[in-house]
Design a protein around this ligand. Sequence first.
Ligand SMILES: Cc1cc2nc3c(=O)[nH]c(=O)nc-3n(C[C@H](O)[C@H](O)[C@H](O)COP(=O)(O)OP(=O)(O)OC[C@H]3O[C@@H](n4cnc5c(N)ncnc54)[C@H](O)[C@@H]3O)c2cc1C
Length: 521
Amino acid sequence: MTDSKRVIIVGGGHNGLVCATYLAKGGKEVIVLEAANEMGGAAVTREFSPGFKVSACAHLLNLLDPTIETELALKSHGLRLAKTNLKTIALAEDGNHLQIDGNRVSGGGVSDSDTTALVKYRRRMDRFAKLLGRLYSRKPPRIGVSNPSDLFGAAKLALDMRLLGREDMREFLRIAGINIYDILEEYFDSPLLKGALSFDGVLGTHLGPRSNNSVFTTLHRMSGRIGGKQGALAYPAGGMGAVTAALAAAAASKGVTLRTASPVARILVDGDRVTGVELEGGEQISADTVVSNADPRTTFFKLIGARNLDAGFVRKIQHIRMRGNAAKLHLALKTLPTFTGVEPDQLGERLVIAPDSAYVERAFDHAKYGEYSSSPALEITIPSIHDASLAPDGQHVLSAIVQYAPYELKGGWEAGREAFTNVVLDQLSRYAPDIRQQITHTELLTPADIEREFRITGGHWHHGELALDQALMMRPVPGAAQYATPLSGLFLCGAGCHPGGGVMGHAGRNAATAVLSGGSR
Ligand SMILES: Cc1cc2nc3c(=O)[nH]c(=O)nc-3n(C[C@H](O)[C@H](O)[C@H](O)COP(=O)(O)OP(=O)(O)OC[C@H]3O[C@@H](n4cnc5c(N)ncnc54)[C@H](O)[C@@H]3O)c2cc1C
């Protein structure tokens, strides 16, 4: 096999696997080198206590591109959903919870005007989210370039906007860069409803509901289509690892070589082009094309080295904001906990502790100063209710995303971990008074743990903050935003590229297209 036909992919996260399969379909000889002992990156299922399994980072499937699912025949490679169309239960401390099911809301003393407003809000936001979804499945155009493909991309972007119609286009331009807090104030009265909807906009980010860009991140979260429904949420059977297992099976079926426990120490460079990689054990593999699924800072600083890059480019990479703020709590439970006021058939839905948007904002305030939230916001799931494979008979796992837990905690996470775990458990106990009695094992993954275990700088959900100044043709930075990079033969394919994080696969698919078409930047 010639070096020109061979492509090495550094990292077997879901985007690396997607990219590998499309490249193999395009006639390349592909090798995926994954540092961990299994493929999947931040989308894996693992045992955290004997007999108890959980999706380690990502736990809800809402963004996986249906085109990729079909083109890679993921169903025939084992992908199955244990539950689709999860409702959101916005928990109230007094048990008078509110339930959101798409554009329908009930309970929580919600008014008729809020019920009507939610239909209007969803109709508009769904339109905008679909627009983003269309942008996500292709590389962003370069600005100020007269190449036909970039001109076509820019024209398509303008046309998609124009097709919104005058009123929606104006509204899109008005709100895309601002904060979700203000928008929710325009639509709704119910604090519980505003709390839950505002939390959607800040999950995984270094933003509060009052931060600019939180409308954009809300739309990002709504841009997917699962089970044929816009903005829906699902549990994959077997946890998120089952999604990447199906992707790995699809890759293997196309002849991709998948190597785990193969950490890449450096990407080899000769002048301004890459020539292959060297593994930590010293083995060298040559190739004219290397695609990195690692985040941009890891790729350029750890694997390439700043000395091989232009100083201006190095500065841009240094300035990417990537401060993780989401922690992950896993509980092994003897039996199901009792959440006050939650009906047994609601317990398997998505439970949210974000009683109003000011609460979420106050939780974020701490993170600005390197402190964890004294009253955190939580996205709680009990996937074992729908998927018995995750826990021993009659027992359960709880998986929760906890915000805010700043990567750089004052005093460090070694000192802060136990105290924060207790803060989170105290918070849970306010809503589920018997929960502590049910716990047999607790695991809290802080952003520092996520960085160490999953090799993501800052433990950041998106491999770099998702914000308009770090989106589209600016993601991760100008000069590397079309998947090609300043080094000839080096491409990026991870969440740090357009369109960002979440288990979606677009970055992997778009990167493969860029490689196969010769990649310009
Ligand atoms: C706490 C948390 C909760 C989340 N929850 C959700 C959710 O519910 N739903 C959702 O859709 N998304 C969620 N996300 C986001 C989602 O998990 C990520 O955006 C997504 O998994 C990124 O995929 P990726 O393939 O781009 O990168 P990764 O999954 O990070 O994969 C990159 C891979 O590269 C490997 N690698 C890095 N360096 C090297 C090297 N030198 N040599 C070899 N291999 C290397 C890593 O080991 C890793 O396997 C969450 C993220 C976090 C942190």
